[in-house]
Design a protein around this ligand. Structure first.
Ligand SMILES: CC(C)(COP(=O)(O)OP(=O)(O)OC[C@H]1O[C@@H](n2cnc3c(N)ncnc32)[C@H](O)[C@@H]1OP(=O)(O)O)[C@@H](O)C(=O)NCCC(=O)NCCS
Length: 203
């Protein structure tokens, strides 16, 4: 089914040991456990503390975004069951064929390649199925984990001026990253990176 705004709903994306699926009402406890965490409070616009009421509102907004076709918010799982994180696609501009993506992974599940594999899967889908040519990430340069994920997946810093914002941690700025042609799904790019690692640098 395609929702009125254009983005397909519901969907399940599978690949590289990852299953991205729609959020369900019964995910509430797991969602609160994942999102009520300092790094998520620090680097995302999530409410903190993230309690049950915040979780209910979040699931409701996710469902509305899906039904209206404006956003994709998918739970990151390895088996289609327990949510371990989330990937998002939003801000779609069909004319410019561009969209922004985002990601988070629960603290106990980090450093296992979940964010990188999920972002690669969603980016590939956005390119090949949604026909979006320009995929963007907005990242605070101090967020080393997120910049590492972006780089790993074939995103590169653009020269766009930083987006300045005020948050609970004071003023910050977000850099814009863009998936380069071929991107993370490109075999040649992966091979280049393997070769570059051997010689101690990254392409
Ligand atoms: C950013 C985040 C999603 C990373 O998730 P993750 O599943 O641990 O990341 P991965 O395991 O896929 O790691 C991918 C790469 O990033 C590197 N990386 C991950 N966390 C890192 C850290 N804290 N410091 C340095 N590098 C890190 C990994 O080593 C890996 O590098 P590689 O290219 O050498 O393989 C997670 O830390 C998180 O949810 N943080 C809070 C929310 C957030 O910042 N979201 C992004 C907002 S822009």
């Amino acid at each position: 089914m395609t929702s009125p705004g254009g983005l397909p709903y519901p969907i399940t994306l599978r690949g590289d040991g990852i299953v991205l699926r729609e959020w369900r009402d019964e995910d509430l406890d797991a969602l609160v456990e994942l999102l009520d965490e300092p790094a998520i409070a620090r680097w995302t616009p999530m409410t903190s503390p993230f309690d049950t009421a915040a979780g209910i509102a979040y699931l409701k907004r996710a469902r509305q975004g899906r039904l209206s076709g404006r956003r994709m918010q998918l739970a990151v799982t390895v088996d289609g069951e327990r949510p371990l994180g989330e990937v998002l696609l939003f801000g779609v501009d069909a004319g410019l064929r561009e969209a922004e993506l985002g990601y988070l992974v629960g603290a106990p599940h980090r450093r296992r390649g979940l964010a990188a594999r999920s972002l690669t899967l969603l980016s590939g889908y956005a390119r090949s199925t949604l026909n979006l040519g320009r995929l963007l990430l907005r990242i605070d340069p101090a967020n080393t984990a997120s910049t590492a994920v972006a780089r790993h997946c074939g995103y590169r810093l653009t020269g766009e001026p930083p987006i300045l914002q005020e948050g609970p941690y004071g003023p910050s700025s977000l850099d814009t990253w863009e998936l380069v042609a071929g991107g993370a799904n490109s075999r040649s790019e992966r091979l280049r990176n393997v070769a570059a690692r051997r010689y101690g640098r990254r392409s």
